[in-house]
Every structure is written in structure tokens, then in C-alpha cells.
Design a protein around this ligand. Structure first.
Ligand code: BT5
Length: 325
């Protein structure tokens, strides 16, 4: 019902909609309407109420990552159609795994803040309140588990496309970092729940730094945000664009086994192909040249002795010769 109330207010745009009209249209009492309005205000909607006129949104709520705001008129079939929005939570990935078996594929968990944001291999992810987009997408494809890691590339390519639609050109540092001006603006953490031959669900966790201006010392050198680089873009627009672009590439991959569209984007926007980088595995560092990303989404590298090798995403980190990229 709350969704219907905000929908009606959004539909009336700059015009006021009276409590009476809302109560008639939705078939609930004016007191009930009033209670929903208060709850929506607590969620962050700036709803004006003027005597004898009714309600309207005082300002465009483009920075609230709530369900109504993102799913409203979202032209997707299922990605982002259901949003669970928190003010604060430990980790959206952990929460997604708690509810993964119970919800529809396409459900998106978003939190304004994470107190235990996770990176890969037990690392942590800084997720200050309101500073970024901290979200986890739950999907339930009918695929063999070995096909799941490619979805990290699908997510990365979707972020590249989403940001490009909004005027920001970023690169992908294979397999899971998104780079703006040589610094990390976004990280992806894909987690899988599966049996031997069947995926139960996959959680794709995405952290995008949007408003942070001062990063903690330990990541100052390698992290950046859209605002820090001069791009003031609404978080809701980014999430919406991501949902649209992800659904296209995801359906291509799952339904038609189309990897080319994703690979094309990953290759064209690669921060590593053609470069010398260090491959870091179990604290060992090896200088190699990155040649390509192959059809499985694995990185093809050339070792110093000329050997060509294929590297799987789960097993390594990559460092540039001079630092992060
Ligand atoms: C990642 O791991 O890059 C995956 C990050 C995924 C975060 C999202 S947020 C929503 C969802 N819920 C979660 O709990 N997680 C996901 P990795 O490649 O391991 O990189 C982690 C490293 O990046 C850390 O060790 C830091 O050095 C650095 N780092 C931490 N916070 C950062 C930030 N906000 N921006 C840039 N770099 C950061």
C-alpha cells in the first residue's frame, strides 16, 4: 500500500494530490494515508503537505535508493523490480544470502551504510552512510555452477554501460574492479549458492563510491568517487541504468549463451589488456603481460619465459607496475 501511495504522489508530479483523492483512489482511510505519508517521510521522501491542497514531493527524490524510487517506471522485466532498502546493515551480500532461497530472481538489496562491507578473500569494503551505492543483486539462473563466475564480467560490463549512458567513461581492471582516472571507483563480489549441477542463487555485490571526498589512509592512494572526479550524478539514475543494462547482457548470456556482447565491452574497456602487470597469488608476485580475455572470461597472459597461460578470476589479484593500475 505504501508503494501505491508514493506512486500516486509521484504520478501527480508537481501538482498536489489531496488526502481525500488518495483515500478514494486507494480505498483506505485518510488516517491510514497520513500514516503512510509519515513512514515515507522517515524513509527520506520530502513530502510537502499544504492545507486544503494535499500532498506533493517537495523536491525530486532522485537520491533516495528506495524501492518506489528505483522500480517506478523501470523498463526491465525482473531486474530491480523488487528492492529491499536499509538505512544500515552489516553487509548487503550477507543479507542477500539469508533471503536468497526465498525471494524472486532480480531482487536488489540496497543499504545506505554497511558496517561489515566485504571485499573478496576476507577483505573489507568501506561503505560509509550515503556515500555510495552498496547493493546486492540476487539472481537465479538455470545454469551449471561453473558458468557463474562469468556473471562478474556481465556485472562489470553493465556498470561500464550504465555509467557511459550517464556520461562517465570507466575501465575494467579484470576481473572485478571498475576504474576511473586510474583509481578504483567500484568493486564487485560475486557469491554462489549451488549444488553439484544446479545453482540455487547467485549474489552479485556491487559497491560504487559516489560522494566520498576523503578516503581512509589505507585506501587513499587507490580509491576515488564520482564526486571526487567531478561527476555529480544521481545514485538512483545509476542503479536504474545498471538494472537496464544488466538485464540485457544477463538475458543474452543465460538464454542465448551470448558472451560476445559482454566480452566486447570488457575488452574495449580493459585497464589491463596490452599492459604489464603483477599477478599476485598467495603473496607471490609475478610480472606478466596481459594479452586478452578469452571466451570463458579468463585472463590470457604471457609469462617472462614466453609461456602463455590462462588465469581464472577467483585465484589472483592484479597490481600495476607503478602501483594500483
Ligand atoms: C572488491 O573486493 O572490490 C569487492 C567489493 C564489493 C563491495 C560490495 S558493497 C555491496 C556488497 N556487500 C558487501 O558486503 N560487499 C559488496 P576486493 O577486490 O577484494 O577489494 C577490496 C579492497 O579494496 C580492500 O582490501 C581495500 O584495499 C579496497 N577498498 C575497500 N573499500 C574501498 C572503497 N570504498 N573504495 C575503493 N577501494 C576500497
Amino acid at each position: 500500500m505504501r508503494e501505491k501511495v508514493i506512486r500516486a504522489i509521484l504520478d501527480s508530479g508537481e501538482n498536489f494530490i489531496s488526502g481525500e483523492q488518495l483515500s478514494k483512489e486507494l480505498g483506505i482511510s485518510r488516517t491510514a494515508i497520513w500514516k503512510h505519508i509519515n513512514a515515507l517521510r522517515e524513509e527520506g521522501y520530502n513530502i510537502e503537505s499544504v492545507n486544503k491542497k494535499g500532498y506533493r514531493l517537495a523536491e525530486k527524490p532522485d537520491d533516495i535508493l528506495s524501492s518506489e524510487n528505483i522500480s517506478y517506471n523501470l523498463p526491465t522485466e525482473f531486474i530491480g523490480k523488487k528492492i529491499v532498502h536499509f538505512d544500515t546493515i552489516g553487509s548487503t551480500n550477507d543479507y542477500a544470502k539469508e533471503i536468497g532461497n526465498k525471494v524472486r530472481g532480480g531482487t536488489l538489496i540496497i543499504s545506505e551504510q554497511q558496517t561489515k562491507g566485504k571485499g573478496r578473500l576476507g577483505r573489507s569494503w568501506k561503505s560509509k552512510s550515503g556515500d555510495g551505492i552498496w547493493m546486492s543483486l540476487i539472481i537465479k539462473p538455470k545454469i551449471d555452477p561453473y558458468k557463474a563466475p562469468f556473471l562478474t564480467l556481465v556485472a562489470g560490463a553493465s556498470i561500464v554501460e550504465a555509467l557511459s549512458n550517464l556520461g562517465v567513461d570507466v575501465l575494467i581492471k579484470w576481473p572485478n574492479d571498475i576504474i576511473l582516472n586510474n583509481k578504483k571507483i567500484c568493486g564487485i563480489l560475486t557469491e554462489l549458492s549451488a549444488e553439484m549441477e544446479r545453482v540455487n542463487y547467485i549474489v552479485i555485490g556491487i559497491g560504487i563510491n559516489i560522494k566520498t571526498l576523503d578516503f581512509p589512509n589505507e585506501i587513499k592512494e587507490k580509491a576515488t568517487s564520482l564526486y571526487k572526479e567531478g561527476y555529480k550524478i544521481s545514485r538512483a539514475d545509476i542503479v536504474r541504468q545498471f538494472c537496464i543494462e544488466f538485464e540485457k547482457l544477463y538475458k543474452g548470456y543465460i538464454l542465448d549463451d551470448d558472451k560476445e556482447n559482454t566480452l566486447d565491452i570488457c575488452r574495449k574497456h580493459s585497464a589491463v589488456i596490452g599492459k604489464q602487470v603483477y599477478i599476485v597469488k598467495n603473496n607471490k608476485k609475478e610480472l606478466v603481460k596481459c594479452i586478452d580475455i578469452n571466451e570463458n572470461g579468463n585472463l590470457i597472459i604471457k609469462e617472462n619465459n614466453g609461456d602463455i597461460k590462462e588465469i581464472m578470476s577467483g585465484e589472483v589479484s592484479i597490481r600495476g607496475i607503478k602501483g594500483y593500475v
